[in-house]
Design a protein around this ligand. Structure first.
Ligand code: GDP
Ligand code: MG
Length: 313
């Protein structure tokens, strides 16, 4: 295990992939691996890219990878596969499109399942991002489909959140009111070759102005991911946001809340394991019949088990 971790820290992609798999599959070594890597984390710029399916996230990422590679950056990409079974084709498309980069030793690309749980999404993606950070990646992109909770979850993981909107896809300002405006650090109006891009950009700008003063005013950038138009401006905005984070309290605030979340998540996970084990030990036919016959209630049962767990330590 130590050898594998050392090779990963040296930047070996196979070893990094193995570590991510071990952690993703909740191997008994997972905690040990993450604990060891922790000291090496904190250097990467983690960028979340979110937006509706088909908004052009993968196409845009492909161009961003080239742009950041040109700056000599080492790059990691975590594409969180949506749970929808209809998206199989899209995932394959992503792989094909990014395959040139995948052969590259400076770019590490990994797709992840969500296993049907959004909590799972944030944890697995977070841990993979931490592994890539520790293993020397300078920039880590996390692509997530913007459906409800995952948009909010990405904020907990990323330093910079990019929200892709597309003209004529129902991504109008009405839709965005539901808390999405607050999460984006950079707005990207992709498919700017389509009608309505200027209007959508203007609407977003008005909305941002109405939202009042913020130390960081999210820029609204028009892109055509297919041709690469606007990518330079977007790359610059990403770098600017990183600078802003490092110079203001905001970067520290995000870091603190991430660390707090991490400890809390570990606690919850470990406690859940203990609870599950103890419940398996305690649960028997006799107890179930007692519950069915109303001789005892579920609250009392749970209270006794909890009391037992905490007294036994
Ligand atoms: N017209 C146009 N099509 C685009 C643009 N960017 C991406 N697309 C197309 O939109 C479709 C979905 O792109 P994809 O990157 O897979 O979207 P994702 O689901 O958000 O990752 C693909 O057919 C792309 O070729 C763009 O700027 N203009
Ligand atoms: Mg995609």
């Amino acid at each position: 295990m130590d050898f594998l971790v050392q090779k990963a820290l040296d930047g070996d992609h196979r070893s990094i992939a193995r570590l991510i798999s071990l952690v993703e599959n909740e191997s008994p070594f997972a905690s040990q691996i993450m604990a060891h890597l922790y000291a090496y984390t904190g250097k990467a710029h983690i960028i979340g890219v979110t937006g509706s399916p088909g908004a052009g996230k993968s196409t845009l990422l492909d161009k961003l990878i080239s742009s950041f590679k040109g700056m000599g950056k080492k790059i990691g990409v975590i594409a969180v596969d949506p749970t929808s079974p209809f998206s199989g084709g899209a995932i394959l498309g992503d792989r094909l499109r990014m395959q040139d980069h995948a052969l590259d030793t400076d770019v590490f690309i990994r797709s992840m399942g969500t296993r049907g749980s959004l909590g799972g999404l944030s944890r697995a993606a977070y841990e993979a991002a931490m592994i890539l950070d520790a293993c020397g990646k300078d920039v880590i992109f996390i692509e997530t489909v913007g459906v409800g909770q995952s948009e909010v979850d990405i904020v907990k993981i990323a330093d910079t959140v990019c929200l892709l909107l597309v003209p004529g896809m129902g991504d109008d300002v009405q839709v965005m009111k539901a808390g999405i405006m607050e999460i984006a650090d950079i707005f990207v109006i992709n498919k700017a070759d389509r009608d309505g891009a200027d209007r959508l950009a203007a609407e977003v700008n008005i909305m941002l102005d109405l939202y009042g003063k913020k130390a960081w005013r999210p820029p609204v950038i028009k892109t055509i991911a297919e041709t690469g138009e606007g990518i330079d401006e977007l790359s610059k905005a990403l770098l600017d946001h990183r600078q802003y984070l490092s110079k203001s309290d905001e970067g520290k605030k995000r870091f603190y809340s991430r660390i707090k979340m991490e400890v809390e998540e570990i606690l919850k996970r470990e406690i859940a394991k203990v609870v599950e084990e103890r419940w398996k030990e305690c649960c028997n036919d006799e107890l179930i019949s007692a519950l069915c016959a109303k001789r005892i209630d579920p609250y009392t049962v749970a209270g006794r088990i909890l009391g037992d767990i905490f007294s036994r330590g």
